[in-house]
Design a protein around this ligand. Structure first.
Ligand SMILES: Cc1ncc(COP(=O)(O)O)c(C=O)c1O
Length: 355
């Protein structure tokens, strides 16, 4: 087994894997419904929300699509400064919405003022933004953007992709005034892939009532009806729910603040190491991800060779994503990863660089 320093799927603790290895129950049984409800209610803590958290048998992209299908009548603004933000724009377009892209250079955080200027009088029912761009290793200032958007266009709903940051960095859904925050199981939650979590505000739920063609599988009103009975319209990913229920207890036992501090200590260590080895970060200081560091390949080595070298030592990092392949590489420090693991990785990388 290689230690995974790739930004998902990440390593899953043995005991969490084992939590899945229990017999099936009928999903419409009191026994399972109790676990489903418990997992969903405990998840609210991760989002800092009093609102409902949906658990869907999909990856995070499913909930990107759900946000568009359920809460957008026509106009949506997609803030784009990375590959996953661009995907959300494409999801909106391919669902027939009138989507507009507000682009920033990929190494530039989205500007609250520019976003606010664009939404003002733009007739946008909603805005999509990625909190932590896994392609660039950059965090957008979502809190400041949400504040500016609420002032400029109070009725615009705010949807946030926190796929690679929720449970690794603090995102306060209610305090920041967000309408939907979504994440995937295989990143900072350190679960196997296949489950997505989405927290949704009351005003977004109300909006859904006026939206046509919400589809079936992700129809949020149908999902809510079932959620109120501690269930889901279709068969849930039961084994993953068992694992989530178990993992949430581990996460809260560590303490969210401690968990965030662990992630940011690892981020700092990786950034410091890179700088000391004449490698610069893709994202500007002050906006660097706490969960994945994207490093420019300033020394021009082969990322494939580096990974082959690391694999012999049972470790893996990730190449740059899409257009950043080979120009950058990425070190994830999320989920179960500890500072000691990062030290092992950096020593191996040091050996590679000396070769
Ligand atoms: C920021 C971000 N958004 C969305 C996705 C897509 O998530 P999934 O593969 O769970 O659908 C990813 C996957 O890496 C991501 O990093």
């Amino acid at each position: 087994m290689s230690r995974m320093f790739v930004p998902g799927p990440v390593d899953v603790a043995d005991e969490v894997l084992q939590a899945q290895a229990v017999p099936m129950l009928p999903h419409r049984s009191k026994e399972f419904e109790t676990i489903f409800r418990r997992a969903s209610e405990k998840s609210q803590g991760l989002f800092y929300t009093i609102y409902r958290v949906f658990l869907t048998a999909s990856s995070g992209t499913g909930l990107q699509e759900a946000a568009i299908r359920n809460f957008v009548n026509r106009r949506v603004l997609s803030v784009v400064n990375g590959a996953f933000a661009d995907r959300w724009y494409e999801v909106a377009m391919s669902n027939g919405k009138d989507a507009e892209k507000l682009s920033f250079d990929w190494d530039t955080p989205a500007s609250p003022d520019r976003v606010a200027e664009t939404v003002k009088n733009g007739g946008f029912g909603a805005l999509t933004i990625v909190h932590n761009e896994t392609s660039t290793g950059m965090e957008n200032p979502v809190r400041e953007i949400a504040e500016a958007v609420s002032a400029a266009s109070p009725d615009t709903l705010i949807f946030v992709d926190a796929v690679s940051s929720l449970a690794g960095a603090k995102i306060e859904m209610d305090a920041w005034g967000l309408d939907m925050v979504l994440t995937s199981s295989q990143k900072c939650l350190a679960l196997p892939p296949g489950l997505a979590l989405g927290a949704v505000s009351d005003r977004a739920m109300k909006k859904a009532e006026s939206v046509e063609n919400r589809g079936w599988y992700f129809d949020i009103l149908r999902m809510e009806k079932h959620r109120n009975k501690d269930s889901s319209p279709a068969t849930p990913a039961m084994s993953l729910i068992y694992a989530l229920d178990y993992q949430l207890d581990r996460i809260f036992a560590e303490g969210l603040e401690n968990r965030f501090a662990r992630h940011s200590a690892m981020a700092k260590r990786v950034q410091g190491w890179a700088e000391a080895h004449d490698l610069s970060m893709y994202a500007p200081e002050g906006f660097r991800s706490q969960t994945v560091t994207t490093i420019k390949n300033d020394r021009g080595f082969s990322v494939a060779d580096l990974n082959a070298f690391l694999k012999q030592r049972e470790m893996r990092i990730a190449n740059g994503y899409g257009q950043l392949k080979d120009k950058t590489f990425r070190i994830a420090h999320m989920g179960e990863t500890q500072l000691e693991d990062i030290e092992d990785l950096l020593s191996a990388m040091e050996e590679f660089l000396k070769k």
